[in-house]
Design a protein around this ligand. Sequence first.
Ligand code: NAD
Length: 439
Amino acid sequence: MDRAVAAARRAFEDGRWRDMPPAGRKKVLHKIADLIEQYAVELTVLGVRDNGTEFNMALKAEAGSAAGTFRYYAEALDKIYGEVAPTAPDVLGLVHHAPVGVVGAIVPWNFPLMIGAWKLAPALAMGNSVVLKPAETASLSLLKLAGICAEAGLPDGVLNVVTGQGAVAGEALALSYDVDALVFTGSGGVGRRLLEYSARSNLKRVYLELGGKSPNIVFADAPDLAKAAKVSAMGIFRNSGQVCVAGSRLLVERAVHDEFVALMAAEAEKLKVGDPLDLETQIGAVNSIPQLEGNLGFVEKALAEGAEAVTGGGRILQETGGYYMAPTILTGVERGHNVFQNEVFGPVLSVTAFDSDDEAVGLANATDYGLSAGVWTSNLSRAHRMVHGIRAGIVHVNTYGGSDNTVPLGGVKQSGNGHDKSLHAIEKYVDLKTAWIQL
Ligand code: NAD
């Protein structure tokens, strides 16, 4: 890790990348996107064999999304101007956007390529060098991406991918005095440590994209309950629920509670869980045995606290021997229950009934998290009131889980700070530098 950081520092200081004219950097980033598309199947298979995500979704969400992200920031990089300050006429005040230097990026295993690209593309676009540490259980597609970047003409030393244990390689990166900013996606526990490492070393800036316990609120006047159930089922169960924005708390108006739970259970039971490389599979494998055991532990505790499993609840054994879990729906979950408050990061949906708009907002906001939310209603005023009242980085209305590169993704409360995606992400990768020139 020390050698990688030193290489990134040298590459930054000698200007081989940051001083390349914007048109040159743009060309390299576009070429990276082209090559990601060219190697999309290989990248996706590597990733799926590592982390168990269903191939069909991964092809789009990993390689497809990563190529789009590189293109977005390639296009953006030469359209970002500095400022001329409104000073007195004998002074020229200029505000430049300078690259921050060496960026350390630490990413999780659930969508390594997509999340890796969310950090890499804007960091590289703005002229920084990067050292990236993938998760222990999902590094192959990011190692392949490093090769792609070299093939595309990114100068040596500008991107360094170093695998290893979080507590060893990740800690070394986060404690380095030569890293200027740390961008992270992962759990709150590790996020807290990164803030400590920063305080113990060089006060590097730390941007955290953390977990969620996102409410998906269904009102009795939802335009189409059957469609809401179909979309909400994928909103929690795709990638075996290992999605930061998963709609893992269903809050449903009491008048339609039983009907909607039945629709959701039917959707859950229809999903084909199995071999992630099988093109018919809709839900792949859980990432690792500790993750599966954790999921089952959440279910066990929820049942002990009084919830009821209307479908799923256990492991599915398959010939491939992978760690498959049945999409699980738990009803009767209350605000004080463990599964209401804590992120499972598995295919487990908790259901809580409510009677009024105020109660729905109160329940939505009753956890430490604030990443994502969904609202299903045909009442426009209610939809806006909900968007206003729910504390979350994104509120979906009459859908769940959609977004693209044009809008930021980030959390409030203990879901983190800073944003990935959109032009706002660029703020993490630039320093504002003022030139005050006496004329
Ligand atoms: P994790 O926090 O266990 O690991 C994330 C990364 O941190 C890995 O690369 C790991 O090796 C590294 N790490 C672990 N200990 C470290 C240490 N002491 N020092 C430095 N690095 C260390 O998270 P995970 O299990 O890989 O991912 C799941 C979590 O990520 C969930 O909480 C999920 O909600 C969150 N997530 C958030 C978003 C978002 O955009 N907000 C997106 C995806 C996942």
